[in-house]
Write a protein that binds this ligand. Structure first.
Ligand code: PLP
Length: 470
């Protein structure tokens, strides 16, 4: 779907009232949900005593309670009560070959059995993994592995400041770059500012310039206004738009940022925690045909194995990462378990397997089909403004437009929460029908999703739509 159509449709959704499922139908689903998930419910009660909020993963905050998952294989997951799901969470994006993919898992199991998990010294896997990344990703000549996307963003910003000798970072509203102090700003909704920054000293944002997505004029202004106020060291973007395309990019946006970065001698940082190796083996740079100076990698590079992250870029930039004998002149970057053998071996083997099986293309082809058929189904209900769009194997579906509500709405928080509750109700129905998505608005696909998965997904949607009165 073209950018303008997405924007127009999003606007239409937020201009229209929402379509809640009537309480009578909802309570039947809720009762069934409780009955089918009794062990998850019991574990949640226990978890709430010892885990804040009763859940460690934001991505599994389902309503009325989170499902405790037991195992996964291919595109399927099974919960602790034995219910089976078609999974579109894909561990929050990293799974592209499919869950529990034996040719990958066997390599890691063999590594642990024969060599042990880590020594604290360099292993050959980090070189193999770095070579594999460099082979595929444009403008990456060197790689430094880290343990998460959050850490990798911190490293990228630090290096950009040293390289340019400038101070400020432009962040685009609604984008997510992890939870380090300087980037928890305007999350989810563009213009939200420090709404979710409790506990972060406001000084941390002195070096941050918040620009609205696709605001070409605002972007140039930000560069110009900060020319004599520390200067712009870098622009960091999610290349498909904030929150992995929830706020989709205008087709000219990344290219314009590139041009302005060149004009004002700033670096362009592509945060590819979700897009790297998911949009394609070359990531967003190839997808958009735009060069980045620093690429941030995350969970995908270890394909679901823990401690995954890293940054890559040209040699002159990457040389600014700390190394032996470089006190004070380089960015202090570290992490005891960064580049451990398990994560780097997982990276090396996963990338090779993905290339061998043309995994991204298969996942993207499925996503194209599913998006099209979901839209066909939604269009049978002329009274509902629902629609779906995708960037390769990243699908978004919009039902209530909860994150498209403007901060200028007379009561934005209330409006967002009301729309969110209804989206969560739809999500509960989908889970009840055996379909697992991300936050009730996003679906990641893998190379193993097949016609049966598609059929089950459409049937679940048919059922969900049947509960919404015409
Ligand atoms: C675009 C983006 N950047 C950074 C992060 C943070 O990565 P991590 O959760 O590994 O710290 C995420 C997490 O989802 C992300 O989507």
């Amino acid at each position: 779907m073209e950018y303008q159509e997405i924007i127009d449709r999003l606007k239409r959704i937020v201009d229209l009232p929402i379509h809640p499922i009537p309480e009578e139908a909802l309570s039947k689903v809720r009762q069934r949900y409780y009955a089918r998930h009794s062990r998850s419910a019991a574990l949640y009660t226990k978890a709430r005593e010892i885990i804040p909020g009763g859940v460690e993963h934001n991505l599994s905050l389902e309503k009325p309670f989170p499902i405790t998952m037991d195992r996964a294989k291919g595109y399927r997951m099974w919960d602790i009560d034995g219910n089976e799901y078609v999974d579109y969470l894909m561990s929050g994006a990293p799974i592209i070959l499919g869950h529990h993919y034996a040719p990958l898992d066997d390599k890691i199991i063999e590594l642990i059995r024969e060599k042990g998990p880590s020594t604290g010294c360099t292993s050959e896997y980090e070189i193999l993994a770095a070579q594999e990344i460099i082979k595929h990703v444009p403008n990456v000549e060197m790689v430094r592995f880290l343990q998460s996307g959050t850490e990798s963003v911190m490293a990228a910003l630090r290096i950009a400041r040293i390289y340019t000798q400038k101070n400020k970072i432009i962040k685009i509203g609604g984008s997510y770059h992890g939870w380090s102090d300087q980037v928890v700003y305007s999350l989810h909704v563009p213009g939200a500012g420090p709404l979710e920054a409790a506990g972060i000293p406001s000084d941390c944002f002195n070096g941050l310039v918040d620009v609205f997505p696709n605001d070409f004029e605002g972007l140039r202004k930000a560069f110009e206004e900060n020319r004599d106020r520390g200067g712009i060291a870098a622009v960091i973007v999610e290349p498909v738009g904030g929150e992995s395309g929830t706020h989709p990019v205008h087709p000219g946006w990344n290219r314009t940022i590139r041009k302005l970065c060149d004009e004002y001698r700033a670096l362009l940082i592509f945060d590819e925690v979700v897009t790297g190796f998911r949009l394609g083996m070359g990531g967003a740079q190839k997808y958009f045909n735009v060069d980045a100076d620093i690429v941030v990698f995350g969970k995908i590079i270890a394909h679901g194995y823990p401690a995954a992250g890293g940054i890559g870029g040209r040699k002159d930039i990457m040389a600014l990462c700390s190394g032996v004998g470089s006190i004070g002149q380089k960015a202090y970057i570290g992490g005891t378990l960064s580049a451990n053998p398990i994560s780097t071996a997982a990276c090396y083997y996963a990338l090779r397997l993905m290339e061998e099986h043309d995994a991204v293309r298969k996942a993207a082809d499925f996503a194209d089909r599913l998006t099209e058929q979901m839209n066909d189904l939604f269009s049978t209900r002329k009274d509902l403004p629902f629609f779906a769009f995708n960037f390769g194997p990243i699908i978004h579906y919009e039902t209530t437009g909860m994150l498209a509500v403007s901060v200028n709405h007379p009561d934005p928080l209330n409006e967002i929460m009301t729309r969110r509750h209804t989206a969560q109700d739809y999500q509960m129905v989908m889970i009840d029908q055996g379909i697992f998505t991300l936050a009730g608005s996003r679906m990641y696909t893998c190379m193993q999703h097949d016609p049966e998965a598609l059929d089950r997904t459409l049937k679940a949607w048919e059922y969900t739509l049947s509960l919404i009165p015409e």
